[in-house]
Design a protein around this ligand. Structure first.
Ligand code: NIG
Ligand code: FE
Length: 412
């Protein structure tokens, strides 16, 4: 029953009433703000907040925010941060003009990471991934979805899922795992054989460890038919889909995702009105990954048009060695503003409540709401929320709290 009072808060940003689990269309331009405030945390949860004029509650410990803001920690609903080593060689190939598809078709790309991952021990893989989790926590992320997909055969995929499971238990981040066996066709298999492997060999075991299932439904990878088959099979195990769609082409991925009631469809660099129409009135969160557009020099998703059409929108990092080697959600926030022309508040909602929704945790994180987990960022004193994406690389974090404990704690 230890309680912590955060006093002298310049403003709390990201307040939401209980029960609001995402923001759509014009709601994305709003966020709840309370100035001259305090916030009370007990047993790892947000208990209450108020203004200093209402008087401060009793607590076991009081810390001053010294006029800084209190925000909910960022939620990153799409990462591949369990991977072995690096792909800096391909960085040079890209600089020299090769495209993502050209690198992949020469046997590089995802297959390169898969070769290296199979040669890397589980312990080593865990240590590398843990460093990345701690790195993104320090940058303000409190909840992270992590995919498999660099194993490409059953044992190595299970190794990745075990590593993610250990990260869930041994780091303070809130982590969800996604089985992405269908990330690329494993070496030595035809696509037909591989899709059967995913359905018949991998899914039965992976479904006991993973929270979600994913398919890379795109040109040169898996077709709408492959995706349909895999998602139908995954449904038998109760796995909901979060899929890769429309990164490299208008792939039909959005439509097949919606057909299966996907929690999210992600990437969306290449979309038409048909994708917007398909998403209207559904429970599927469109998720864009501006870090991949930035790194691969691809078009950015049509974020403003999605929002103007009344849709919700989440932004995530796609942290991975090939197309987005950064898990910095503040940078994602800045790219959302600078490259996609979202307002700072729209992009803030996209990296907090909506990305929490896209990983199935918006009932417990993603906003300042009594009863939610106390995953908080206390900022340095700032003139406005706008300063965070505007001064896009100036330090802005004063203190971090995860599950009601300051980070780093003695245990991390
Ligand atoms: O989301 N697009 C597919 N998968 C990843 C890239 C993975 C890789 O290149 O290693 C992505 O961009
Ligand atoms: Fe991805």
């Amino acid at each position: 029953m230890r309680s912590i009072l955060i006093s002298d808060i310049g403003s709390i940003v990201g307040i939401l009433p209980e029960g609001v689990n995402k923001k759509s269309g014009s709601e994305m331009s709003e966020t709840g703000i309370l100035e001259d405030a305090w916030l009370l945390v007990r047993d790892g949860k947000i208990v209450s907040f108020g203004t200093r004029y209402e008087g401060l509650p009793e607590a076991d410990e009081t810390i001053s925010a010294r006029g800084g803001m209190v925000l909910p920690s960022f939620c990153d609903s799409h990462t591949h941060l369990v991977y072995a080593g690096s792909r800096d060689g391909e960085f040079l190939d890209k600089i020299n003009g090769l495209s993502y598809e050209e690198i992949a078709s020469r046997g590089g790309g995802i297959l390169n990471s898969a070769d290296l991952l199979r040669r890397t021990s589980e312990e080593e893989l865990y240590c590398q991934a843990r460093e990345r989790v701690l790195e993104v926590i320090r940058k303000g992320t409190g909840a992270i979805e992590i995919k498999s997909g660099y194993g490409l055969e059953k044992d190595a995929e299970m190794k990745m899922l075990r590593v993610i499971d250990r990260l869930k238990r041994e780091t303070p981040a809130l982590i969800k795992s996604t089985f992405l066996g269908a990330h690329a066709v494993g070496r030595g298999r035809t696509k037909r054989e591989y899709v059967s492997d995913v359905c018949e060999k991998m899914l039965p075991e992976a479904s006991s460890m993973a929270d979600f299932v994913d398919v890379f439904c795109d040109e040169g990878f898996f077709t709408v038919e492959d995706t349909d088959r895999i998602l139908s099979e995954a449904e038998k195990y109760g796995l909901r889909a979060k899929i890769h769609a429309n990164e490299l082409a208008v792939s039909g991925g959005v439509q097949v995702g919606v057909k299966h009631g996907a929690l999210s469809v992600d990437h969306l660099e290449r979309t038409t009105e048909a994708e917007i129409d398909a998403l209207r009135g559904t429970e599927t969160m469109p998720t864009m990954l501006p870090g991949a557009s930035f790194f691969l020099n691809m078009p950015y998703g049509r974020a403003k048009e999605f929002i103007a059409a009344g849709l919700p929108l989440a932004l995530a990092s796609d942290y991975n060695p090939g197309s987005s080697p950064s898990g910095d959600m503040r940078f994602v926030w800045a790219l959302g503003c600078i490259k996609m022309r979202l307002t700072p508040v729209q992009a803030f909602n996209a990296i907090t409540i909506n990305s929490a929704y896209a990983m199935g945790v918006s009932d417990i994180v993603g906003s300042i709401t009594p009863g939610k987990i106390a995953n908080l960022i206390i900022t340095k004193p700032l003139r406005s929320l706008t300063e965070i994406p505007y001064l896009h690389h100036s330090p802005f974090i004063e203190k971090l709290m995860l599950r009601g404990e300051f980070f780093p704690s003695n245990r991390t």
